[in-house]
Design a protein around this ligand. Structure first.
Ligand code: SIN
Length: 363
C-alpha cells in the first residue's frame, strides 16, 4: 500500500520526520501523492552535492542546487514514482569524509527499516569519489532493497546536462523489483554498475564510468531495465556501533619511488596502507623497504595495482616462511576500493591473515 504523505496516519508522519532528522534533513520531503495513490514505487532520494547540484564547471559553485530543485528539474519523475527528498549535505565529493560515510550508511539503513513501503533509495553525489561511497554503502547496507548512487558529469546549467536523465533512470532502477538483492549500484549515462566494480575513467565525459575488469551489471533502456548478469552480494559489515573508522592511506609506486610517504603515513597514525603497485603489484626497493618497516609496526599493508584493471593475488597475509606478516593482495579491487575494504576489515582484526581472508571473501 503506497504511502501518501497527505493522508498518512500521524505515527507514520512522526516516523518519517524522525528519519529525516536522523539524516539531517531540513524539512519533510517533496512528495508526489498522485504517484503514490496510483501505486507507483516509492523511492527516497538523499542528496549529498557534486556537479549534479552545481551551476558551473570547475568553480566554487558546487552546492547551489538543493534537493527540492533537483527533483523539480525532473517533472517526469512523477510519472514513474512517488519520491521523497532529503538533503544530507551539499558538498563537492572530495569533501566527503569517513564520518559522513558512517552517517550516510546508517541513515539509509534506518530509513529503509522505518519505511517498509520504500522500493529503494537514490543517493546523488559528486562523481569524483562516488565510487568509494558506493562501495562503502554496498559493504554496509544490509537491506536487500537497492541503493542507487548517481551524479552528473555536466552541471545543472551546462549544455546537454546529464543530471536529470541520470536521476530519472536511477529512480526507475530503485523502483524496479528485479534490482532487489543486488546491493548498492551506480547509474550514470544509462549504465548500471556494481558499486564494488565501478570506477571513474574519464575527467569530463558523460560516459566516464566503467568496470574494466568485470563489466557493467545492466542498462536502463528506454522501455526496460536490462540486466547483463546476476549479482551475488558479498558479506556485509555491521557498523551499528562504530564511532570512528581507522585511518587508511594510499601510497603510489613509480620509478625510483622511495618510502617517505609510507613512513609519514605510519607517523600520522595509519592503521592500514594500500600501495598502488606497478603492474601486478610490483614495488620499488624504497617502497618495499618502507612496507616492511610499516608491517613490523603492526600496520596492515595491502598491495594493489596502479594499472586500473586486472588482479593482484590476495595471498595469505603471511610471509613465505610463515614467520612474519606479508602484504595482502587487493585481488581485482582498484586501490581506492581496496582502501574502503581494508578500512572495514580493520574493524574486525588487525591480523594480516584475517584481513587476507576478508579480501578473499570479497573477490
Ligand atoms: C564532485 O565530485 O563533487 C565534482 C565532480 C562531479 O560531481 O562530477
Amino acid at each position: 500500500m503506497p504511502l501518501n504523505l497527505q493522508s498518512a496516519p500521524r505515527n507514520s508522519m512522526r516516523a518519517i520526520a524522525a528519519m529525516c532528522a536522523l539524516l539531517g534533513a531540513a524539512k519533510l520531503p517533496a512528495q508526489n501523492p498522485a504517484a503514490a495513490a496510483a501505486g507507483k514505487p516509492q523511492v527516497h532520494i538523499v542528496a549529498t552535492g557534486g556537479t549534479i547540484a552545481s551551476t558551473n564547471y570547475y568553480s566554487a559553485n558546487v552546492g547551489k542546487i538543493g534537493v527540492d530543485a533537483l527533483l523539480a528539474a525532473v517533472p517526469a519523475l512523477a510519472s514513474i514514482a512517488s519520491v521523497t527528498g532529503q538533503q544530507f549535505s551539499n558538498v563537492a565529493s572530495g569533501s566527503i569524509t569517513q564520518d559522513m560515510w558512517l552517517r550516510l550508511s546508517r541513515g539509509i539503513s534506518d530509513t529503509l527499516r522505518a519505511r517498509p513501503e520504500l522500493s529503494g533509495v537514490v543517493v546523488t553525489h559528486g562523481t569524483d569519489t562516488i565510487e568509494e561511497t558506493a562501495y562503502f554503502l554496498d559493504l554496509t547496507v544490509a537491506d536487500p532493497r537497492p541503493v542507487i548512487v548517481t551524479g552528473a558529469m555536466r552541471p545543472s546549467d551546462g549544455i546537454g546536462t546529464d543530471g536529470p536523465a541520470n536521476l530519472y533512470n536511477s529512480v526507475r532502477v530503485a523502483g524496479e523489483p528485479s534490482a532487489r538483492g543486488r546491493g548498492t549500484m551506480l547509474l550514470l549515462n544509462d549504465e548500471i554498475f556494481a558499486g564494488r566494480d565501478v570506477t571513474k575513467m574519464n575527467t569530463v565525459r558523460p560516459d566516464a564510468f566503467g568496470a574494466p575488469y568485470r563489466g557493467a551489471l545492466g542498462i536502463a533502456d528506454p522501455e526496460h531495465i536490462v540486466w547483463h548478469r546476476s549479482a551475488t552480494r558479498q558479506p556485509v559489515f555491521d557498523i551499528a556501533g562504530v564511532r570512528e573508522l581507522p585511518r587508511v592511506d594510499i601510497a603510489y609506486v613509480y620509478a625510483g619511488a622511495d618510502g617517505a610517504a609510507i613512513d609519514a603515513f605510519v607517523v600520522a597514525g595509519a592503521k592500514g596502507i594500500v600501495v598502488a603497485g606497478v603492474g601486478r603489484g610490483g614495488t620499488s626497493p624504497g617502497i618495499g623497504a618502507a612496507m616492511r618497516r610499516a608491517m613490523e609496526k603492526g600496520v596492515v599493508v595491502v598491495i594493489g595495482s596502479r594499472t586500473g584493471s586486472g588482479s593482484v593475488p590476495v595471498g595469505t597475509g603471511a610471509s613465505r616462511d610463515g614467520k612474519g606478516p606479508a602484504a595482502v593482495g587487493s585481488g581485482d579491487l582498484p586501490v581506492q576500493k581496496a582502501r574502503v575494504l581494508l578500512t572495514l576489515a580493520l574493524l574486525r582484526s588487525t591480523n594480516p591473515r584475517d584481513v587476507a581472508s576478508v579480501f578473499a571473501a570479497h573477490q
